[in-house]
Design a protein around this ligand. Structure first.
Ligand code: ZN
Ligand code: ZN
Ligand code: FE
Length: 756
């Protein structure tokens, strides 16, 4: 034993398993001539290392400061211990401890080295669709339990061949302890089936080029795929999927090709090629030559993603460079993950089925993001590639389950000061989505080894998920107001403490006064809030019907703004979808006292869009607002009149005068895009005005922005700029969606702060 040998015990916690941490430690120790061992434990990674003091310090420095690229160190501890006299450095067997504190890695897009292998005819993994290594491949979607070992994944049924096994055991190999390691000899296989379930000898790419629709089993579920440049194929897919207008995402062969179709920024490109490989929504080029009206009707943006598994790379060739890649589900039901179900449920949509025999344990949709003009990430949907990475929350409390919202549902489970947000479950009014939610809760409990002591739920009496929460025994229940949850969600991910102003512009959320809140200005902390301002109330005649038929909302606004006679005259000219009987009924119900009032901002967008003829009917949620943003002229100037009125104890943002202004512009022959542009500017100004008054009144200078309306880039950008120029500190969401997919985080944090 060397006399001057020192020794350290290092514990590292975070996303440190399944990301090549141990081979990294091994190689580093060998390079520096250090002795000892590294192992995976339920806590994370445990290392004992000994050698010369200088080399040891360098080891610690390098392992903590520049860990392997996919590792996320959450905390670490370095302890000086007595040298044990180890000879050489080894990787020891996994150790199971009581405390399962480890974090599971999200799925990771195929790395460049694996990609080279599958494209190289001389490599034994040439064209092998399940190629992966410690730097890439499936993780969350195949993991059934922890610690993360092959036997606890859906790869358990594929024993490794001797060659794969030797890679797996060789610390100098890129596949050392790569749990899903596989090759054509031992791993999963793909099969192409026709509609009758018979194996087909055809080549997939040839079928796609011939215009067929193929259901492709991917990482987190099935996709429906078709040649994006083939108008007839895309239209057929749209018709068969009964998807009237919702934009399709496209998978593009490579980054070069993306640039031909979209105006990409550096940051957008960085996200496209990131390990999470999300769908990035980007501006399209004008001359892209795609059948835009069937791919993304009414929009100037396109959701694009790059191939993220080896299987995807094999779908493309020199001629075929862009595929529709849309989640395979039937009208808002869950993503299909099972071969049998795909064959049964997609029979009327897909011509062929490209299936495989590796099971998907955790279903996971593609994530959808965009980049803000400031270059920050904006989530539309946070799922594959991000789940189950934790988000740090300000303080630790007992384990909490926050069940989220009814639409765009995610739940959130906490362990200590970490919040684990589930993948996207969608609309829980669909029974199968609801079942998936329930399974998801069980799986997260197992994965995190926590048993929630508190369940936080939305106050809405009709939310199925809130009713489920309230039926749970032996837990503390906590009802949380929808908009407060939005506010807390932004606070939490920005690590804010104290009190803030929160402008929550939303479609709908149950208010504490029994009305349907929408656009609300709150002041609040994690624990509590009060309401300072809201959009003026309008009667929601016909309830939810209005979110599907914006023309009804336009008429309601006209009635409220102009009175019956003028409103009728304008409606006859501008709202052709509004038939006499419906018109009469709405008018009648408006005149008697209506019980449901709403301050919804989503409905305000609907009304304006319908009046402009942009989207009189919503074929998907938020269509009117999305198309209104798409057609808005960014160079528009001027504002419509609006009022921010002081009422006792409340400011009212009155948007009714805006409608008179819009009508004037329409009759003067103003273009739809100028009016839409001016409408956006007006709303931003109205919100800024209300916030300025709220600041005067409250003395609070920090503003958080959340709610589904902040998916609108123009409003987010204009309002943020205007607020910053007035000296506000402005915060928005960057780790979870501003829409209802992000409220489970807020609910969890509110609950945790209330019990601390
Ligand atoms: Zn790889
Ligand atoms: Zn093998
Ligand atoms: Fe909401």
């Amino acid at each position: 034993m060397q006399v001057n040998k020192s020794s350290y015990r290092i514990r590292i916690n975070g996303i440190v398993q399944g990301v090549g941490f141990r081979p990294y430690a091994f190689r580093l120790a060998c390079e520096l001539g250090l002795d000892g061992w590294v192992l995976n434990s339920s806590y994370g990674v445990l290392i004992e290392v000994e050698g010369g003091a200088e080399d040891l310090d360098e080891f610690v420095q390098r392992i903590i400061v520049s860990p392997p690229p996919l590792a996320r160190i959450r905390e670490y501890n370095v302890e000086k211990i007595d040298p044990a006299g180890y000879r050489g450095f080894v990787i020891r067997e996994s150790q199971k401890e009581q405390n399962r504190n480890v974090m599971i890695s999200p799925d990771i897009a195929t790395c460049s080295e694996c990609r080279k292998e599958i494209l190289n005819p001389d490599n034994r993994r040439y064209q092998y669709p399940f190629t992966n290594c410690t730097n890439c491949g499936p993780r969350f979607t195949i993991i059934q339990d922890i610690p993360y070992d092959r036997s606890k994944t859906t790869m358990a049924s594929f024993p490794m061949c001797p060659l794969c096994q030797s890679e797996y055991e060789d610390p100098s190999n890129r596949r050392f302890h790569a749990q899903p390691n596989a090759c054509p000899v031992c791993g999963p296989r793909i099969t192409l089936l026709d509609q009758q379930g018979k194996e087909s000898p055809e080549a997939v790419t040839a079928l796609l080029k011939a215009g067929f629709i193929i259901a492709v089993k991917g990482l987190g579920g099935f996709h429906l795929s078709a040649d994006a440049r083939n108008r007839e194929a895309v239209s057929r897919l749209r018709k068969r999927k009964k998807r009237d207008a919702k934009p399709f995402a496209v998978m593009v062969r490579d980054l070069e090709t993306v640039r031909n179709y979209c105006m990409t920024s550096q940051e957008e490109e960085r996200q496209l090629i990131s390990p999470a490989a999300p769908i990035v929504v980007m501006k399209t080029r004008k001359d892209h030559g795609l059948p835009a009206d069937v791919i993304h009707p009414g929009l100037n943006t396109l959701g694009v993603l790059l191939p993220y598994t080896p299987l995807h790379y094999l779908l493309f060739d020199d001629e075929l460079d862009m595929l529709i890649m849309t989640s395979a589900n039937i009208s808002d039901e869950p993503l299909i993950t099972d071969n049998q179900k795909a064959m049964e449920n997609l029979r009327d949509i897909a011509d062929y089925f490209l299936i495989h025999n590796r099971d998907i344990y955790n279903p996971c949709d593609d994530s959808v993001i965009s980049l803000t003009p400031q270059g920050t990430v904006h989530f539309f949907r946070r799922a594959r590639g991000y789940v189950p990475a934790a988000i740090q929350i300000p303080h630790s409390a007992c384990p909490i389950l926050a069940v989220g919202s009814e639409l765009k549902n995610t739940f959130c489970m906490t362990r200590g000061n970490e919040a684990y947000i589930s993948q996207h479950w969608g609309d829980l009014n669909h029974y199968h989505n609801y079942l998936n939610f329930l399974h998801g809760v069980e799986r997260f409990e197992k994965m995190l080894e926590v048993k929630p002591e508190i369940i936080a739920y939305d106050l809405h009496p009709d939310y199925q998920v809130s009713r489920w929460a309230k039926s749970q025994a032996q837990v503390q229940l906590m009802g949380i107001q929808h908009h407060h949850a939005h506010l807390a969600s932004v606070m939490a991910e920005n690590g804010l403490e104290g009190e803030v102003l929160g402008l929550i512009c939303d479609g709908s959320g149950w208010g504490t006064d029994g009305t349907v809140w929408g656009c609300e200005l709150l002041r609040g902390t994690y624990k509590d809030f009060s309401r300072l301002a809201h959009l003026q109330y309008l009667p929601l005649v016909g309830g939810d019907l209005n979110s599907q038929r914006p023309y009804r909302m336009a008429f309601i606004y006209l009635l409220a703004a102009l009175g019956d006679e003028k409103a009728m005259a304008e409606a006859k000219k501008l709202l052709p979808h509004l038939q006499g009987a419906e018109m009469g009924l709405i008018q009648q119900m408006m005149s008697i006292k209506m019980p449901i009032l709403t301050s919804s901002c989503g409905r305000l967008f609907d009304a304006a869009a319908a009046l402009l003829g942009i989207s009189p009917i919503n074929h998907y949620e938020g269509q009117a607002a999305i198309e209104m943003e798409a057609c808005a002229d960014h160079h528009a100037t001027g504002r419509y009149e609006y009022q921010v009125e002081k009422q006792p104890g409340m400011l009212i943002m009155n948007s009714l005068p805006i409608f008179a202004g819009i009508l004037r512009d329409i009759h003067r022959g103003g273009t739809v895009s100028t009016i839409a542009g001016k409408f956006h500017l007006t709303l931003s100004d109205m919100f800024a005005d209300a916030l300025l008054q709220a600041r005067d009144h409250s003395g609070l200078n920090r503003v958080v922005l959340s709610g589904g309306v902040f998916h609108n880039g123009i409003i987010l950008f204009n309002l943020s700029n205007s607020l910053i120029s007035h000296g506000f500190e402005v915060y928005h969401q960057q780790q979870v969606p501003p829409g209802d997919g992000g409220i489970s985080l807020g609910q969890a944090v509110i609950a945790s702060e209330r019990v601390i």
